[in-house]
Design a protein around this ligand. Structure first.
Ligand code: UDP
Length: 485
């Protein structure tokens, strides 16, 4: 080629199309990663589902999805009727719908973008989150390089990748229903996963809790974890020091791994935050003012993420447990936390609770969690152990009271409590005395506070120039740039 042509080609801006699974747990880290890549000169198209696009506009205003120079938004249908989104715990239905019905609209979108149809540079690569492997197939058909942002811990990925072996060794499917409740899950120890300490069957993804070999959740999660390896590279929101052994084992099998967590730390350092947040819920920022008025490290922060559902009894036990601590607390009671259409907030709290906690209670329906966790007033975090929440808690150096209920949350909880020493676990059956006791422990334990401070410092070091996550992001950007040169 004549030199001139080559240099023209080289000057084309690389363009990453980012396609998250349509839930907060994946949209948030995908947006953080997209902002970081944008800060490194990469043109971004961020693809939401139409349903979420409308929700974001309702919660944040149209500005949130209007885009910026070189950062644009697109939306594709998610294959579900709007009404079906309101039925509460719909995640598996959503997984089935996206994987069965989103391929065609995504293919069309990628082809249009690649043609320059949207005024964007040709597509350089497609970055999808976990649970979106249909998008990997689409990208492959179109000859586009891919990367997967795995939304959970490396430990969760490794255990989920081993589902096949769990089948072969006879652990799953469970032989009968009684094994779900008779202690079998806790006493069955798996000590043969490379890079992992012995772990009980109950500490790995809850999708193994089935007697049906073809259970959709089990199959889907098994396939999705293994399909990640189809991508050209795997991106993890964790840092090397946090999961050293399990990452070493993973890299031995699959070397193209970029650990770039905690993403929130990299963003803070990069100050690349000119693109708005994308919340599916209207955020309550008044709780930040409330926190400003509290003493340092005094507040118990309670939030169970975007999907967890509580029974009215569980909610009442948490409530009275918090009341018994006598401490100020910020509790995010999301709409649909108990039943579809419940509206969330104060209205769901038991009778007499408001009076019992007057003057030390702040209830919100959704908050800017990363900012809340980093607020100096927060002393501990009562969490469902979702990976983003766990990672944000580690990054903020906040001890955790863990109540895992679903999917990878058990694995994250085990690492938080045992490997990192920053958490204490509640029993599945919520009891107010234990809630109060564990909160006291997390607030008072010098050991947990010191461990949390150590991990916070390590997270900060990983995200600074020369740190593993900082350098991995640079390498990831170089790889994307190399696709377009
Ligand atoms: N989140 C938030 N405000 C809230 C609750 C959650 O910003 O009131 C964010 C939280 O910071 C995290 C994500 O939503 O980034 C939840 O992800 P996670 O993996 O913790 O749990 P999931 O919702 O997927 O169960």
């Amino acid at each position: 080629k004549p030199e001139e042509t080559m240099s023209v080609e080289k000057s084309v801006q690389p363009h990453a199309v980012v396609v998250p699974y349509p839930g907060s747990g994946n949209i948030n880290p995908a947006l953080q990663l997209a902002k970081l890549l944008h800060g490194h000169g990469i043109y971004i198209t961020f693809v939401n589902t139409e349903h979420n696009h409308r929700r974001i506009v309702a919660a944040e205003g149209a500005g949130a999805v209007r885009g910026r120079d070189g950062f644009r938004f697109e939306a594709i249908p998610d294959g579900m009727a709007d009404a079906d989104h309101d039925i509460g715990n719909y995640d598996l239905a959503l997984s089935a719908a996206t994987s069965n019905r989103c391929a065609a609209p995504l293919r069309e979108l990628l082809a249009r973008l690649d043609d320059g149809g949207a005024g964007a540079p040709p597509v350089t690569c497609v970055v999808v989150t976990a649970l979106m492997s249909f998008a990997l197939y689409v990208a492959r058909e179109l000859g586009l390089p891919t990367m997967v942002l795995w939304g959970s811990s490396a430990a969760a990925l490794v255990t989920q990748m081993r589902t096949r072996e769990l089948r072969e060794r006879g652990y799953i499917p469970l032989k009968d229903e009684s094994l779900l409740t008779n202690g079998h899950l806790d006493t069955t120890i798996i000590d043969w996963i490379p890079g992992m300490p012995p772990i009980s069957l109950g500490d790995i993804s809850s999708f193994v809790r089935t007697t049906d070999a073809d259970d959709f959740g089990l199959r889907f999660n098994e396939d999705e974890a293994n399909n990640c390896t189809m991508a050209g590279a795997l991106v993890l929101n964790t840092f090397d020091g946090l999961e050293a052994d399990v990452l070493a084992a993973l890299r031995a099998e699959y070397p193209r791994i970029f650990t770039v967590g905690p993403l929130g730390n990299l963003l803070l350092n990069a100050a690349a935050d000119d693109v708005a947040g994308l919340s599916l819920w209207k955020q309550d920022t008044e709780c930040l003012a409330w926190l400003d008025a509290q003493e340092m490290g005094a507040v118990v922060y309670v939030n169970f993420g975007s999907l967890t559902v509580l029974t009215p009894q569980q909610l009442a036990e948490f409530a009275w447990g918090l009341a018994a601590t006598g401490r100020p607390f910020l509790w995010v009671i999301r709409e649909n936390l108990v039943v579809p259409g419940d509206g969330g907030g104060d209205a769901l709290l038991p009778t007499g609770f408001a009076a019992a906690t007057e003057g030390r209670r702040c209830v919100a329906t959704w908050c800017p969690q990363d900012r809340v966790l980093r607020h100096r007033a927060v002393g501990c975090f009562v969490t469902h152990s979702g990976w983003n929440s766990t990672c944000e808690g580690v990054a903020a150096g906040v001890p955790m009271v863990c109540w895992p209920v679903f999917a990878d949350q058990y694995t994250n909880c085990k690492y938080a409590c045992e490997a990192w020493g920053v958490g204490v676990r509640l029993d599945a059956e919520v009891r107010r005395e234990q809630v109060a006791g564990h909160v006291e422990l997390a607030m008072e334990s010098e050991e947990m506070r010191r461990a949390a401070a150590r991990w916070k410092a390590q997270a900060e070091a990983a995200a600074r120039r020369g740190g593993s996550s900082y350098e991995n992001l640079q390498s990831m950007v170089e790889v994307i740039n190399s696709f377009s040169s």
